[in-house]
Ligand binder design. Structure first.
Ligand code: PA5
Length: 421
């Protein structure tokens, strides 16, 4: 379950009423685009795709030998699976992410892996991303050299249904390949095989994940009063004059979630609008309680240029009681008999209050607990929020011309005569 708390923004309920017509118009405009096959709104339907889930499950069952799972992909092709796997991996399968091109960590990884027990999953919607293709060259070669003809069983591709180098490779070599639907873009693809395939190997409860996402869909289509994504989209919209939006998560298990959100928000909304104006707010990742000892000083007393969003679990899956230790009564006695989670919760509440009292604009999204259901709901909620904001800010939330320009420029650098490292 996901619950919005705006107790320190007393003006919000009135603003929500006043902006009702604008919000409904934004939703209508977004949903009208669903009829257009080019619209990139396929992420809305992913939680219903039980056929893909069945296929992924069969593939997982057919490959019980996997001990190391290496994901080659970057941006939207890596951030979602990484955020969820690190939170919910209870399978014993070790995960490794090659979402960079630094040679030393790649070499260190290769030296530590047993190819006979390793499954490599190359993930790229376009099949044309230099980082992922470079990693694929390395790992394909490594599998071939070490496994001979058996290499094919150790490589699985996740890519466009028809186009690109990965699809062509899958067809030429008869490799197992999963499709990212045409109308689903990278940062909206976590509930497609991009996320589901690795997460099946992580042993995550995928039904619960998708069920949570379906709940977010239900609320996004619900009347205004119950419409959680329209509410948080409005919170972001009302604070668009503040250049920064902090996304601070109070969960060690969800430590990579802020990075996923940063990509979703920044890459979707940092654009020129129809009139050529530069639009967007800069999402900043933060983790509680660690960043209480780093960024929170600035968040409290630095410039009032931020909207701060806290994501806080309401319950622990399992708490750990702090024991009484003789000799530490003076300094630590107040902790004796308390749960570790109680401390986490108290810290989150303290931060919430301290920031609000300092005049910072802050609201909290409470997660019932860190479960696949609640997190599936949160992810899909944030995708709806982003899509609604695209409408409110007059930008296409589903393209990324800046990212593509850098991809093209990288190639021209590499091909430039005389270019040296
Ligand atoms: O969200 C996006 O579209 C991008 O961040 C992509 O995910 C990223 O550039 C990787 O692209 P691809 O999956 O085509 O390799």
């Amino acid at each position: 379950m996901l619950r919005l708390d705006t107790r320190f923004l007393p003006d919000f309920p009135q603003a929500f009423k006043e902006h009702g017509p604008l919000l409904l118009q934004a939703r209508e405009a977004l949903l009208a685009k669903r009829k257009d096959p080019q619209s990139m709104l396929g992420w809305m339907d992913l939680p219903e795709d039980t056929e893909t889930l069945r296929r992924i499950r069969r593939y997982r069952e057919a490959n019980p030998w996997v001990e190391d799972f290496v994901l080659l992909g970057i941006g939207g092709s890596a951030l979602g699976p990484k955020a969820l796997e690190s939170a919910f991996n209870e399978s014993g399968v070790r995960f490794h992410y090659v979402d960079h091109v630094e040679p030393e960590p790649v070499l260190r990884l290769l030296r530590g892996l047993d190819p006979r027990k390793t499954l490599v999953n190359a993930v790229s919607k376009s099949g044309a991303t230099a980082e992922t293709l470079a990693a694929l060259l390395v790992f394909l070669n490594w599998l071939r050299e070490n496994l001979g003809e058996d290499w094919r069983r150790h490589l699985v591709l996740t890519t466009d249904p028809r186009r690109g180098a990965l699809r062509a490779l899958a067809e030429k070599e008869g490799l197992e390949a999963f499709s990212i639907p045409d109308n689903v873009g990278g940062r909206f693809s976590v509930l497609s095989p991009v996320g589901l395939l690795p997460l099946a190997f992580a042993g995550m409860d995928l039904e619960a994940l998708l069920m949570g996402a379906r709940k977010a869909n239900e609320l996004a289509l619900a009347p205004l009063e119950e419409n959680l994504p329209l509410k948080t989209a409005l919170l972001q919209h009302l604070h668009r004059h503040l250049p920064i939006t902090v996304f601070m998560v109070y969960s060690e298990r969800l430590k990579y979630l802020p990075a996923w959100f940063v990509q979703l928000h920044d890459e979707s909304l940092g654009k020129r609008d129809g009139e050529g104006n530069r639009v967007g707010t800069t999402a900043v990742p933060a983790l509680g309680p660690q960043d209480q000892h780093a960024q929170v000083q600035l968040f409290r007393e630095g410039p009032l240029d931020k909207l701060i969003v806290l994501v806080v679990p309401e319950r622990a899956t399992e708490d750990l009681l702090l024991p009484q230790v003789e000799g530490l009564e003076g300094e630590a006695g107040y902790l004796f008999g308390k749960g570790l989670f109680q401390l986490l919760k108290a810290e989150a509440e303290a931060t919430y209050q301290a920031l609000a009292e300092a005049g910072q604009r802050v609201y909290t999204l409470y997660l019932s607990e860190v479960s696949p259901y609640a997190v599936g709901w949160l992810l899909q909620h944030l995708m709806w929020q982003t899509a609604f904001l695209g409408e409110l800010w007059g930008v296409n939330a589903f393209d990324q011309p800046g990212v593509e320009l850098v991809k093209r420029l990288t190639l021209t650098f590499l091909e430039r005569p005389g270019y040296e490292f």
